[in-house]
Design a protein around this ligand. Structure first.
Ligand code: GLU
Length: 223
């Protein structure tokens, strides 16, 4: 398995993101990472190993942001390497995702995008999705529309969380075959693989059904 999280908060999310993947460790994983958005753009720190080990190498506390995603990976496509660890960033540096599951049609999508000159940095199936979102954004100019359009091109089982510098007030999540829940807190909202990711902060959760996506701000949730 693996674990994914996204958090939007009135305060800095780095410590909470770190805790959230620590609380998902029991699910099993080989690598982990955090991605946040701040005034400098998207920053990702990730590596192979356990949460404590990766934190020692990457120093999560040096990151800052009020919105972010995090991931513990169980490799299915591509070796256990830093480049293959999640989160993954789009070629235009505007989108970052954490993904749990498998994208069946990634080979065709990757070949097609490589023909268009999109540079790939990992061997994962996941990376096609974040580039698809960026391509769809270039077409539609709307983050929600781009997220949905890209997901419609994917065949597989997954749970995904995403944030974007083009929509800094929302986290996005989508569930199809892998678990995903929304946590509604005081001053912080969460999207995660399971409630353990946010139990220290809220016991109010919304369970998503397969095929649903969610757009979460500090104030509201749209499914
Ligand atoms: N298929 C993705 C990968 O290999 C995600 C694996 C997972 O669910 O952790 O990177």
């Amino acid at each position: 398995m693996c674990g994914i999280t996204a958090i939007i908060s009135k305060t800095d999310v780095v410590q909470t993101l770190h805790e959230s993947i620590k609380n998902l460790e029991y699910r099993g994983y080989d690598s982990c990472g955090l991605g946040v958005l701040n005034s400098a753009g998207i920053e990702v720190r990730k590596n192979t190993g356990g949460v404590d080990e990766v934190n020692e190498k990457e120093h999560f506390s040096g990151m800052h942001g009020h919105i972010g995603v995090a991931h513990t990976r169980w490799a299915t496509h591509g070796g256990v390497t830093q480049a293959n660890a999640h989160p993954h960033v789009s070629f235009d540096a505007r989108f970052v995702i954490a993904h749990n599951g498998i994208i069946n049609n990634y080979r065709e999508l990757k070949a097609d995008m490589e023909r268009q000159g999109i540079p790939f940095r990992s061997e994962t199936d996941t990376e096609v999705l974040v580039h698809l979102i960026a391509l769809a954004y270039a077409e539609f100019g709307d983050v929600e529309q781009a997220f949905v359009a890209a997901l419609k091109r994917i065949d597989g089982t997954m749970a995904v969380t995403m944030i974007s510098s083009m929509d800094p007030d929302h986290v996005y999540g989508m569930k199809l075959g892998s678990p995903l829940v929304v946590g509604l807190g005081q001053g912080s909202n969460f999207v995660a693989s399971d409630v353990n990711a946010f139990l220290p902060y809220t016991k109010t959760a919304l369970i998503l059904e397969d095929g649903e996506y969610v757009r979460v701000s500090l104030r509201d949730v749209t499914v």
